[in-house]
Design a protein around this ligand. Structure first.
Ligand code: OSB
Ligand code: MG
Length: 367
């Protein structure tokens, strides 16, 4: 029986600024959902950023929609599956929904003594990990940072790019680290279809993919771009659901999909997209949103499914945080172990989370 839902608001600094084409993040404004029962609890992490720059959601808005619309849908016996069904009436708000779904899943799987990985259908016990490299002030900085991540063992490098900080950056990294290194770029929607000829200059660098070159809504623009650029197009921001994924694949807007559970409304929807892509032979990989250990643990479970054939942004805790809220995830020979105990397999360390927490609001479940 679910007795109450807590929203825990907290703050954590990043080890270094993370610059993308849309923002420079120096910290995370955190929101955790804690489902509390009589003798069990479940945790979920909301991946929304402080400001609506990556997508339309932002963390304070997520809290608002949770307390006003989503938490009131939960009764003492609501399952994650029921929550997903019932909350479909609320449009969008995927990150808010996903955080609650994750906490409900963790709660019910702990009670059932099943790991999230097993529940989702994981076939791997460890996952190969890539790292997302923010836009650096200079090419020298970039080469130094990439060298550090290579030394850590990351098997794939993703460079954030934006117009003007793209072709030369990729060329420099290719020249310094060779053509064998798995390399891809992420534009976070910073280009337009008219940039097709410019982006085609990346073709000579044998990249795995170009992630989200055009705006979220311009799925049709990606169809045109895919014809004019040789490098595979991968969608991130645009893929907000199973239906969007199917449509994008049907019209050849992309040939690879980045699955982020927060962006698509949860782990159950993520599995549906994975299954679709697996059945069509479309490679998928697990994206990240600078998650702390709670979200990172659940992402690792998802990334262990058989269709995740490309390394994800499932880096080690220390890539982003000096002290994670859970036992840190560590990279060993380029791989991170998938949690295999119950639920998401981790809990926040009480003292660590307590020191970071600014507020806890508790919502009693009376139905
Ligand atoms: O576009 O993949 C993205 C981080 C925040 C928001 C969007 C993105 C990212 C990353 C980093 O690229 C992923 C990670 O390592 O968590
Ligand atoms: Mg991306």
């Amino acid at each position: 029986m679910i007795r109450r839902i807590e929203i825990v608001r907290a703050h954590i600094n990043l080890v270094s600024p993370f610059r993308t084409s849309f923002a420079t993040e120096v910290d995370r404004n955190l929101l955790y959902v804690r489902v509390v029962g009589d003798d069990e609890e479940g945790w979920g992490e909301c991946v929304a950023m402080a400001a609506p720059l990556y997508s339309s959601e932002y963390v304070d808005g997520c809290e608002e929609v949770m307390k006003r619309y989503l938490i009131p849908m939960i009764s003492a016996s609501t399952t994650a599956e029921e929550f997903v069904q019932n909350s479909a009436a609320i449009r969008g708000n995927f990150m808010a929904k996903a955080a609650i779904e994750a906490a409900l899943l963790d709660f019910q799987l702990r009670k059932a003594n099943v790991s999230l990985a097993n529940f989702l259908g994981a076939t791997q016990t460890k996952v190969a990990s890539g790292v997302s490299v923010g836009i650096q002030p200079t090419i020298d900085d970039l080469l130094r940072v990439v060298a550090e991540y290579r030394a850590d063992g990351y098997v794939r490098i993703k460079l954030k790019i934006e117009p003007g900080l793209d072709i030369d950056r990729v060329r420099a990294v290719r020249e310094a680290f060779g053509s064998d290194m798995l390399l891809q770029v992420d534009a976070n929607a910073a280009y337009a279809v008219d940039d097709a000829a410019h982006l085609a200059k990346l073709d000579e660098f044998n990249l795995l993919l170009i992630e989200q070159p055009l705006p979220e809504e311009d799925i049709v623009g990606h169809v045109e771009l895919s014809k004019r650029v040789g490098t595979p197009i991968c969608l991130d921001e645009s893929i907000t659901s199973y239906d969007v994924a199917r449509g994008a694949l049907d019209i050849n807007a992309c040939s690879i999909i980045n699955i982020k559970p927060g962006r698509v409304g949860g782990y159950l929807e993520s599995k549906r997209i994975h299954d679709l892509c697996l059945s069509r032979g479309v490679p998928v990989w697990c994206g990240g949103m600078l998650e702390t250990g709670i979200g990172r643990a659940a992402n690792l479970a998802l990334a262990a499914l058989p269709g995740f054939t490309l390394p994800g942004d499932t880096s080690a805790s220390k890539r982003y945080f000096i002290q994670d809220v859970t036992t840190p995830f560590e990279l060993v020979d380029g791989y991170i172990d998938v949690p295999n105990t119950v639920g998401i397999g981790v809990r926040p360390i009480t003292e660590v989370l307590g020191a970071m927490t600014s507020r806890v609001d508790s919502y009693t479940i009376t139905k």
